[in-house]
Design a protein around this ligand. Structure first.
Ligand SMILES: [Fe+2]
Length: 258
């Protein structure tokens, strides 16, 4: 089976890219399941219930997130009821929403687990020990397990890839908004990439208007972030998984101009 995993959808141009490109990509890659990180869908900060519903309508099967998930206050009520929008599983106990879900993809059941790193990020619970705690429960339901490791440090994503190699079908990174070129299937059968990249404006600074960010670097003064204008692209990967064993056999990067 094939899984399309889409990197952080950022702002209006990212949302438009998903709406326009997803039906064709699903066909082209014979994707049985589509996962997208949507935490920056609302102008770069969070996601609203309306945008989340639209992604589901457009063919996204599971949405993942990260540190920006709480930026839109109204998402708290939504995420408490909609298990197809995940927040990192290693947020402290009592946080609204869930960090993993299992869904049907054709005849198969697939689990998606969302984790978040702690290096240069908020010090939440340990993502490695959280994975250890959750995986036995997921494996009782399916051998096809996809992990979104939302992290700032490349080292933390790489470490998670090796830590989970042979225990999950894929570990893909998000959050950095720059696609890495290190995709590979690890020896234990886990497809890995440090970061899926950005789905949104290509001519900004990781999605944000470049003049604003350059001024901030020059002056160190606070600036208001606006999504960059201009061309956009969709970034992600297509992963081929043996549905019986859950082992990945291939991972290919996807970069499509919107
Ligand atoms: Fe993030």
């Amino acid at each position: 089976m094939n899984v399309l995993m889409i990197g952080d959808v950022f702002g209006e141009s990212g949302r438009a890219a998903v709406a326009r490109l997803l039906p064709g990509l699903r066909r082209e890659h014979a994707a049985d399941l589509v996962v997208a990180n949507v935490e920056n869908a609302a102008g770069g900060f969070g996601v609203t219930p309306a945008f989340a519903r639209a992604f589901l309508d457009q063919g996204v099967d599971v949405m993942t997130s990260g540190n920006h998930i709480w930026d839109k206050r109204e998402i708290v009520e939504y995420i408490a009821k909609e298990n197809l929008l995940l927040r990192p599983a290693n947020y402290p106990a009592g946080t609204p929403g869930v960090g993993w879900v299992t869904v049907k993809a054709g005849p198969h059941r697939v689990a998606v687990l969302n984790l978040m790193g702690r290096v240069f990020m908020n010090p939440i619970d340990c993502p490695f020990r959280t994975a250890d705690a959750v995986l036995p429960e997921l494996r009782r339901e399916t051998s096809i397990i996809l992990v979104d490791m939302h992290a700032e440090a490349t080292s933390e994503s790489v470490a998670m890839g090796w830590y989970l190699d042979g225990r999950v079908s894929a570990v893909v990174g998000t959050h950095r908004h720059v696609q890495t070129a290190d995709e590979r299937v690890l020896p234990g059968g886990t497809a890995y990439i440090t970061d899926l990249g950005l789905t949104g404006p290509t001519d900004g600074v990781i999605g944000v208007d470049r003049e604003t960010i350059i001024q901030r670097f020059l002056t160190q003064m606070p600036t208001r972030f606006e999504p960059a204008k201009g061309p956009a692209a969709l970034h992600g990967v297509v992963i081929t998984v043996d549905p019986e064993s859950g082992r990945a056999s291939a991972i290919r990067r996807v970069q499509v101009p919107a």
